[in-house]
Ligand binder design. Structure first.
Ligand code: R5P
Length: 287
C-alpha cells in the first residue's frame, strides 16, 4: 500500500501512513499559470493499493478534481486498488434543490468520486441523505470522530454540559454525551441564509456556573455556534468550548467565536491551528 498526500492533507497522510505502517509518498500538485492543475505521482503505482488523501478544504473544487484525476491516472497506470480518503467531504450540505433550478451538487460530487474502488470519510454531513451510499456509488466507509472527541472532552472538560446547536447535531452531541455518561441538550435551529440562523437556548437547564461544550460536525461561518453562545453567556455559564469535527472556518469564524470568549477546537480532518483531536489512527484502522 502507498499513501499519497494531496495538497490539503499532506501532514495527515504522513501520520496515517505511520499508524498504518505503510509507505508514504509525495504527490506533486502545482498550478499552471492559467490555473489548471498539474499533478504527478512521485512513486510508481503499478500493482499497488493506492490511497489518496485529500480534504475538501480549502478550494473544494480543486480538491475534488485532483482526487478524480489522480484516481483515474492510478487506474490507468495499473494500480491494484484505489482508495480515496476525503477526511472532510465537501458538497454534502447541497443535498436538496432548495430553490427551483438549483443544482444538487452532492450527487455529482458523488458520481465523480465513484471512479475510485472505495471512498473513506469522517462524519459526512448526512441530513436529507441517510446513507453515504445514496451519494457515492462505489464502496464507502463512513467513520466517526465521536470516540476521539469524547476522549478529548473526558480528559479536558469532564463535567461540561454537552450541547448540540441544532436538530442534526444529535448525531454528535448525543453519541458523545452517551460515551461520557451524560445527557446532551440538543437545540433547534432555523436557518434563513448562510449567515443568518435563529436558535433558542433551553430555559429548563441550570446553566449558571457550568462549563459547556457545543459540538457539531462543521463550523463554517460560526453562526450556528455564535447564536447559542450569546444566550448561554447571559445565562451565566462559566466556560464555553466549541468543538467541531471539521474546522472549515470562513469569514473569521474563529476570531468571532473567540471574541465571545469561546475556545475553539476541531479535529485534523482539515489541518488547523485549532486541530487538537487527531483522526489519523481512526483512518489507518480501515486501510
Ligand atoms: C449544518 O446543519 C451543519 O451541521 C452545521 O451546523 C453548519 O454547517 C454550520 O455552519 P455555520 O458555522 O456557517 O453556521
Amino acid at each position: 500500500m502507498i499513501i499519497f498526500g494531496l495538497r490539503n492533507s499532506v501532514k495527515l497522510a504522513k501520520s496515517i501512513a505511520k499508524h498504518a505502517r505503510a509507505q508514504f509518498s509525495e504527490f506533486n500538485s502545482q498550478n499552471f499559470p492559467d490555473g489548471e492543475s498539474h499533478l504527478r505521482f512521485m512513486k510508481s503505482v503499478k500493482n499497488q493499493h493506492v490511497v489518496l488523501v485529500n480534504s475538501f478544504h480549502p478550494n473544494p473544487n480543486d480538491a475534488l478534481i485532483e482526487l478524480v484525476f489522480a484516481t483515474q491516472a492510478a487506474n490507468d497506470s495499473g494500480a491494484k486498488k484505489v482508495t480515496v480518503v476525503a477526511p472532510y467531504l465537501g458538497y454534502m450540505r447541497q443535498d436538496k434543490e432548495f430553490s427551483p433550478g438549483e443544482v444538487v451538487s452532492s450527487r455529482y460530487m458523488g458520481l465523480l468520486l465513484s471512479c475510485a474502488d472505495e471512498v473513506v470519510t469522517i462524519d459526512p454531513h448526512l441530513h436529507r441523505y441517510k446513507k453515504l451510499g445514496e451519494v457515492i456509488e462505489t464502496k464507502t466507509r463512513r467513520l466517526s470522530a465521536n470516540e476521539d472527541i469524547a476522549k478529548y472532552i473526558k480528559k479536558n472538560h469532564p463535567k461540561a454540559i454537552i450541547v448540540g446547536p441544532d436538530g442534526e447535531s444529535y448525531q454528535w452531541a448525543e453519541h458523545i454525551a452517551e460515551k461520557l455518561h451524560h445527557h446532551a441538550v440538543v437545540l433547534r435551529k432555523k436557518r434563513y441564509n448562510s449567515t443568518t440562523v435563529r436558535i433558542k437556548v433551553k430555559e429548563d437547564v441550570d446553566w449558571k456556573g457550568k462549563d459547556v461544550v457545543v459540538v457539531d460536525d462543521i463550523i463554517s461561518t460560526g453562526h450556528t455556534m455564535i447564536e447559542p453562545i450569546k444566550q448561554l453567556k447571559q445565562k451565566g455559564v462559566k466556560k464555553i468550548y466549541c468543538i467541531a469535527v471539521h474546522g472549515v472556518f470562513v469569514l473569521d469564524a474563529v476570531k468571532r467565536l473567540q471574541k465571545l470568549g469561546a475556545n475553539v477546537i476541531c479535529t485534523n480532518t482539515i489541518e488547523r491551528k485549532e486541530s487538537k483531536i487527531d483522526v489519523a489512527e481512526l483512518i489507518s484502522r480501515v486501510l
